[in-house]
Design a binder for this molecule. Structure first.
Ligand code: HEC
Length: 166
């Protein structure tokens, strides 16, 4: 092989290697940006909400026990075993229809878990959040903070959401 040919081959190989590593990096970045979702991903919808102050969209979902209770209007109180999920996204606009506000970046997934005995101190609800796919209970101080803001809804078993699919 001539010297110039060797040089060309060398250049060609380094370009191939560089682009391969660039692709690998993009894939890792995409994976890091994509959140892992908890089991709520298969749950059914209770309602949606839009917070104008924090510019976020929320879907409120329920596990099987919660949805069955909501469908039969037996939510005062919600039965033990009910879990409500509030999945939050920053608001974004649709690229092809800017008048439409759609979910943008994933922000958080919070939960309320009904166990009237275990969580008697906070209205029978345990307050938690999903860290990736794992449901993690909030510490006592944080749970009390969550509960305090849900107290005005005492007559609705501390739940803000009304079933939108009646
Ligand atoms: C400043 C008041 C406030 C605080 C603090 C608060 N919430 Fe809420 N929460 C609301 C309101 C208002 C709604 C209904 C509207 C919405 O956000 O979708 C709600 C809804 C929810 C729902 C859906 C069921 C329902 O009640 O409608 C869950 C689950 C939830 N919150 C969990 C939590 C958890 C967990 C915490 C603590 C980390 C928390 N909340 C703290 C005000 C609050």
């Amino acid at each position: 092989m001539k010297k110039s040919q060797k040089l060309k081959l060398g250049l060609f190989l380094s370009v191939v290697c560089l682009s391969a590593s660039a692709v690998a990096e993009t894939n890792t970045a995409e994976k890091a940006a994509k959140p892992a979702h908890g089991e709520y991903i298969d749950w059914r919808l209770l309602s949606v909400s839009h917070r104008q102050d924090s510019k976020t969209l929320r879907a409120i979902l329920g596990n099987e026990t919660a949805i069955n209770a909501a469908r039969s209007e037996k939510t005062k109180p919600w039965p033990d075993g009910s879990i409500l999920a509030k999945v939050v996204w920053k608001e974004s606009t649709h690229p092809n229809w800017p008048q439409a506000i759609i979910p943008g970046e994933f922000a958080a997934a919070e939960a309320m878990i009904k166990d009237s005995k275990k969580y008697a101190a906070t209205g029978g609800w345990g307050f938690a959040h999903w860290v990736g796919e794992k449901l993690v209970m909030h510490e006592e101080a944080k749970a009390k903070e969550c509960f305090a803001c849900h107290v005005p809804m005492k007559d609705n078993d501390y739940v803000y959401t009304f079933n939108a699919l009646k």
